[in-house]
Write a protein that binds this ligand. Structure first.
Ligand SMILES: [Zn+2]
Length: 93
């Protein structure tokens, strides 16, 4: 299970709207700045997703928790009819 570091983002989530994404991205940035989770080299840099929820057409951002090894992905593809998603998995490292 998730530990206290990554607990705030440990739930899988489908975003209903861009406002929700913005709030989540702000929270995510805070956690990365505090070193509670780590941004992995990804298809998309977190920096490219703006707080006002303007973002590239295709997003895939990966994160991990240095403490418990949980891994997280923020994914969005505007060419598909799926909403943006945050998913979690048990890391294999
Ligand atoms: Zn953790």
């Amino acid at each position: 299970m998730a530990c206290k570091n990554c607990n705030p983002v440990a739930q899988k989530h489908t975003f209903a709207n861009r406002g929700e994404v913005s709030r989540f991205i702000r929270k995510l940035r805070g956690l990365v700045e505090d070193g509670r989770i780590t941004e992995f080299p990804s298809f998309t840099d977190l920096d490219r997703i703006e707080d006002d929820a303007s973002y590239p057409d295709i997003i895939e951002c990966n994160f991990g928790c240095p403490d418990c090894g949980m891994e997280f992905t923020f994914k969005f593809n505007s060419h598909k009819s799926k909403p943006p998603q945050w998913s979690t998995s048990r890391g294999r490292r």
